[in-house]
Design a protein around this ligand. Structure first.
Ligand code: SF4
Ligand code: SF4
Ligand code: SF4
Length: 410
């Protein structure tokens, strides 16, 4: 299933492309590790490791320019923290190979290349644009549209670009950008004191336009709603992760190399690169006993059993609702999955899916000891910031935002 199919109901666009070498880019599920419920029952540590080693195939990146001459590559960050750019630098010495095969026409964090240079280029003359970050303001949107116009292939890189990431949690602020700016520049203790001391009675909040003796200065407009990249432009491929693994960028580069050097067809439009077909639990080596939850703990509150599923230990883990691909980095380190790779391929509403998985572990079945509604509410109420927990990375694709919009008439 392509990224577009998954969110079709909501976004209602995109078509399935003709070429089909999709299998090459998805991490294959190990046939010896079946899981009917998506929770990793039946997995073995060996099968998990074997599965991951397939993903770690970096492919052979060829040195020198492709036969048709160097390709053009643009890397851009919208509302991003910079971690996605650093993950591209994690290609280490292969970054030199990238330099051999591509003119890097824009990469704000690492190279020169100005907006006017991109504007001067012919349409579709950039072979691939890799865009990280959510669309948070008018500049992000303008640059995304400009790069789309100039590029053959656009890649939505990282969780913020694919699902909104943490910036999209701002969509829960009912008053939108005005309320956010008001809080940040007038209400926080430090800014409130600053405004009181330096601008008494007339607090200064950044404006989109301001005139100084040298001329007009402008700032981008902050949007009320943070958007994902594919809610603003047409996107060809998606690489989730906060940030994505080095293996994922290598798989993308391999596809581009095959395309540029050997004329190999690109993967189908909408392909999510570097994800498995099942949930993260299938990659997690922890043993699952499906114990009933009667109390929820923070990781620091318990001595974590290194082999047992974290949910069995009362620690909320979004693994059952999250697509595999990262090789369960967090759970291997004793921390619960927070869902940065986004929902499993069949799921659209990540947080609701995670809540359902957790609710199924409450002792409410006939053969369980009894537990009443009040007790369930008590257990759930111990979760601090439930929306922030269950939608830490995917609010940009959540239906919750749509519901708020309709009700509030925004
Ligand atoms: S996906 Fe993660 S690493 Fe990438 S920009 Fe967003 S917050 Fe940063
Ligand atoms: S620790 Fe998390 S990812 Fe691992 S098996 Fe348990 S629920 Fe799944
Ligand atoms: S375990 Fe979960 S939160 Fe951690 S990297 Fe993997 S998908 Fe992201």
């Amino acid at each position: 299933m392509s990224f577009f199919d998954r969110f079709k109901k909501k976004d209602n666009k995109k078509e399935e492309p003709k070429v089909d070498n999709k299998e090459k880019f998805a991490v294959k599920k190990d046939a010896t590790a079946p899981s009917l419920c998506g929770c990793g029952a039946g997995k073995t540590a060996e099968s998990v490791e074997a599965n991951y080693s397939k993903m770690a195939d970096l492919g052979e990146l060829l040195p020198g320019a492709p036969p048709g001459g160097k390709i053009n590559l643009a890397i851009y960050w919208a509302a991003a923290c910079g971690g996605c750019d650093v993950s591209i630098l994690d290609t280490n010495e292969k970054i030199l190979t990238i330099g051999d095969m591509a003119n890097i026409v824009m990469w704000p964090i690492a190279a020169d290349g100005k907006e006017k240079d991109i504007e001067a280029m012919e349409d579709k003359s950039i072979t691939v644009s890799i865009i990280s970050g959510a669309i948070r303001n008018s500049e992000n949107e303008h640059m995304a549209k400009l790069l789309r116009k100039k590029s053959l292939i656009v890649v939505s890189y990282g969780t913020c670009a694919c699902f909104g990431g943490s910036p999209a949690l701002a969509n829960l602020v009912a008053g939108g950008s005005k309320e956010i700016l008001n809080y940040v520049y007038e209400k926080t203790p430090s800014t409130a004191n600053f405004q009181k001391d330096y601008h008494p009675g007339k607090p200064i909040v950044p404006q989109t336009k301001c005139t100084v003796p040298e001329g007009d200065l402008t700032l981008p407009t902050l949007f009320d709603t943070v958007k994902t990249l594919d809610q603003v432009i047409d996107v060809d491929y998606f690489i989730p992760g906060c940030p994505p693994l080095q293996e994922s960028i290598s798989q993308l580069l391999k596809a581009v190399v095959d395309f540029a050097y050997h004329g190999v067809a690109l993967p189908p439009k909408g392909t999510e690169i570097g994800v498995t077909q099942t949930s993260l639990c299938d990659q997690c080596p922890r043993h699952k006993e499906f114990r009933r939850i009667t109390k929820i703990y923070e990781p620091f509150q318990v001595n974590i059993d290194p082999d047992l599923c974290l949910m069995d230990q009362g620690i909320l883990c979004l693994g059952p609702a999250t697509v595999g691909g990262c090789n369960a980095r967090c759970t291997r380190a004793g921390q619960p999955c927070r869902g940065c790779y986004g929902p499993t391929l069949e799921v659209q509403e990540h947080g609701a899916s995670a809540m359902t998985a957790i609710a199924s572990l409450f002792p409410v079945l006939d053969d369980d000891g009894t537990i009443g509604e009040d007790q369930i509410i008590d257990i759930m109420s111990t979760i601090k910031d439930p929306l922030g927990y269950f939608y830490a990375f995917t609010m940009g694709k959540s239906l919750i935002k749509m519901a708020v919009k309709e009700k509030g008439g925004q």
